[in-house]
Design a protein around this ligand. Structure first.
Ligand SMILES: [Zn+2]
Length: 150
Protein backbone atom coordinates (compact mmCIF):
# COMPACT_ATOMS: atom_id res chain seq x y z
CA UNK A 1 0.00 0.00 0.00
CA UNK A 2 1.63 3.25 -1.09
CA UNK A 3 1.93 6.06 1.38
CA UNK A 4 0.66 9.44 0.24
CA UNK A 5 0.73 12.57 2.27
CA UNK A 6 -2.54 14.40 2.48
CA UNK A 7 -2.28 17.26 0.05
CA UNK A 8 -3.01 20.81 1.02
CA UNK A 9 -6.05 20.93 -1.24
CA UNK A 10 -7.50 17.91 0.56
CA UNK A 11 -6.94 19.33 4.04
CA UNK A 12 -10.32 21.04 4.18
CA UNK A 13 -13.03 19.99 1.78
CA UNK A 14 -14.57 23.00 0.05
CA UNK A 15 -16.64 22.45 -3.04
CA UNK A 16 -15.89 24.63 -6.03
CA UNK A 17 -19.37 25.93 -6.87
CA UNK A 18 -20.28 27.07 -3.31
CA UNK A 19 -16.88 28.74 -2.90
CA UNK A 20 -17.32 30.57 -6.22
CA UNK A 21 -20.85 31.60 -5.26
CA UNK A 22 -19.67 32.98 -1.93
CA UNK A 23 -16.94 34.90 -3.72
CA UNK A 24 -19.47 36.23 -6.24
CA UNK A 25 -21.50 37.67 -3.36
CA UNK A 26 -18.37 39.17 -1.76
CA UNK A 27 -18.31 36.74 1.15
CA UNK A 28 -15.43 34.66 2.46
CA UNK A 29 -15.24 31.44 0.38
CA UNK A 30 -14.32 29.44 3.49
CA UNK A 31 -16.95 30.47 6.04
CA UNK A 32 -19.45 32.67 4.10
CA UNK A 33 -19.59 35.09 7.05
CA UNK A 34 -16.68 37.50 6.60
CA UNK A 35 -16.25 40.06 3.85
CA UNK A 36 -13.96 39.29 0.92
CA UNK A 37 -13.41 42.89 -0.20
CA UNK A 38 -12.16 45.81 1.88
CA UNK A 39 -12.63 48.30 -0.93
CA UNK A 40 -14.04 48.07 -4.45
CA UNK A 41 -11.46 45.65 -5.87
CA UNK A 42 -9.13 45.27 -2.88
CA UNK A 43 -9.32 41.79 -1.40
CA UNK A 44 -8.84 41.79 2.38
CA UNK A 45 -5.66 40.23 3.74
CA UNK A 46 -7.60 37.76 5.87
CA UNK A 47 -11.19 36.97 6.79
CA UNK A 48 -12.36 38.90 9.83
CA UNK A 49 -14.57 35.99 10.85
CA UNK A 50 -12.55 32.80 10.34
CA UNK A 51 -9.04 34.17 9.76
CA UNK A 52 -8.52 32.59 6.34
CA UNK A 53 -5.68 34.38 4.57
CA UNK A 54 -6.41 35.92 1.17
CA UNK A 55 -3.27 37.99 0.64
CA UNK A 56 -1.76 35.34 -1.62
CA UNK A 57 -4.60 35.18 -4.13
CA UNK A 58 -3.57 35.67 -7.74
CA UNK A 59 -6.68 36.81 -9.59
CA UNK A 60 -4.49 39.11 -11.70
CA UNK A 61 -6.05 39.93 -15.08
CA UNK A 62 -8.58 37.11 -15.29
CA UNK A 63 -11.55 39.11 -13.86
CA UNK A 64 -11.21 41.96 -16.40
CA UNK A 65 -10.82 39.45 -19.23
CA UNK A 66 -13.96 37.65 -18.16
CA UNK A 67 -15.87 40.91 -17.72
CA UNK A 68 -14.80 42.09 -21.17
CA UNK A 69 -15.88 38.75 -22.64
CA UNK A 70 -19.31 38.83 -20.95
CA UNK A 71 -20.08 42.50 -21.52
CA UNK A 72 -18.89 42.53 -25.12
CA UNK A 73 -21.18 39.63 -25.95
CA UNK A 74 -24.15 41.26 -24.23
CA UNK A 75 -23.59 44.68 -25.76
CA UNK A 76 -22.74 43.30 -29.18
CA UNK A 77 -25.89 41.20 -29.21
CA UNK A 78 -27.92 44.20 -28.03
CA UNK A 79 -26.55 46.44 -30.77
CA UNK A 80 -27.11 43.78 -33.41
CA UNK A 81 -30.68 43.10 -32.35
CA UNK A 82 -31.48 46.79 -32.07
CA UNK A 83 -30.08 47.53 -35.51
CA UNK A 84 -31.82 44.61 -37.22
CA UNK A 85 -35.24 44.80 -35.55
CA UNK A 86 -35.79 48.43 -34.56
CA UNK A 87 -35.27 51.76 -36.23
CA UNK A 88 -33.41 53.71 -33.61
CA UNK A 89 -31.70 57.06 -34.31
CA UNK A 90 -27.92 57.11 -34.07
CA UNK A 91 -27.91 59.51 -31.10
CA UNK A 92 -29.84 56.93 -29.05
CA UNK A 93 -27.17 54.35 -29.85
CA UNK A 94 -24.44 56.78 -28.89
CA UNK A 95 -26.19 57.67 -25.65
CA UNK A 96 -27.13 54.13 -24.64
CA UNK A 97 -24.44 51.59 -25.49
CA UNK A 98 -21.31 53.26 -24.05
CA UNK A 99 -23.11 54.10 -20.81
CA UNK A 100 -24.55 50.58 -20.55
CA UNK A 101 -21.11 49.11 -21.25
CA UNK A 102 -19.55 51.18 -18.46
CA UNK A 103 -22.28 50.33 -15.97
CA UNK A 104 -22.12 46.60 -16.72
CA UNK A 105 -18.32 46.53 -16.47
CA UNK A 106 -18.32 48.30 -13.12
CA UNK A 107 -21.18 46.16 -11.81
CA UNK A 108 -19.57 42.85 -12.80
CA UNK A 109 -15.93 43.47 -11.94
CA UNK A 110 -16.14 42.87 -8.18
CA UNK A 111 -18.41 39.78 -8.35
CA UNK A 112 -16.25 38.22 -11.06
CA UNK A 113 -13.08 38.89 -9.07
CA UNK A 114 -14.71 37.34 -6.00
CA UNK A 115 -15.67 34.32 -8.08
CA UNK A 116 -12.08 33.90 -9.28
CA UNK A 117 -10.72 34.17 -5.72
CA UNK A 118 -13.33 31.62 -4.59
CA UNK A 119 -12.25 29.26 -7.36
CA UNK A 120 -8.60 29.62 -6.38
CA UNK A 121 -9.50 28.99 -2.74
CA UNK A 122 -11.54 25.87 -3.54
CA UNK A 123 -8.79 24.44 -5.75
CA UNK A 124 -6.04 25.28 -3.25
CA UNK A 125 -4.17 27.43 -5.75
CA UNK A 126 -1.46 30.04 -5.13
CA UNK A 127 -0.84 29.40 -1.45
CA UNK A 128 -4.45 28.75 -0.41
CA UNK A 129 -3.79 25.04 -0.03
CA UNK A 130 -0.58 25.54 1.95
CA UNK A 131 -2.25 28.11 4.19
CA UNK A 132 -5.21 25.75 4.73
CA UNK A 133 -2.86 22.90 5.63
CA UNK A 134 -0.93 25.18 8.00
CA UNK A 135 -4.15 26.33 9.64
CA UNK A 136 -5.35 22.75 10.11
CA UNK A 137 -1.95 21.72 11.43
CA UNK A 138 -1.97 24.48 14.03
CA UNK A 139 -5.55 23.59 14.96
CA UNK A 140 -4.43 20.01 15.67
CA UNK A 141 -1.48 21.17 17.83
CA UNK A 142 1.01 21.03 14.98
CA UNK A 143 0.34 17.38 14.28
CA UNK A 144 -0.32 16.43 10.64
CA UNK A 145 -1.07 12.78 10.06
CA UNK A 146 -0.21 11.12 6.78
CA UNK A 147 -3.10 9.47 4.97
CA UNK A 148 -2.90 6.03 3.42
CA UNK A 149 -4.57 5.63 0.06
CA UNK A 150 -4.87 2.77 -2.38
ZN1 LIG B 1 -14.05 33.41 6.58
Amino acid sequence: MPLTIKTAADAEEVKVIPAMGRGFLGHCPACNRGRLFGRFLKVVDHCESCGTEFHHHRADDLPPYLVIFIVSHLIGYGILMTETRLEVPMWVHLATWPALTLILCLALLQPVKGTVVGLQYALGMHGFGAARLKKNASASCGKVDPVFRD
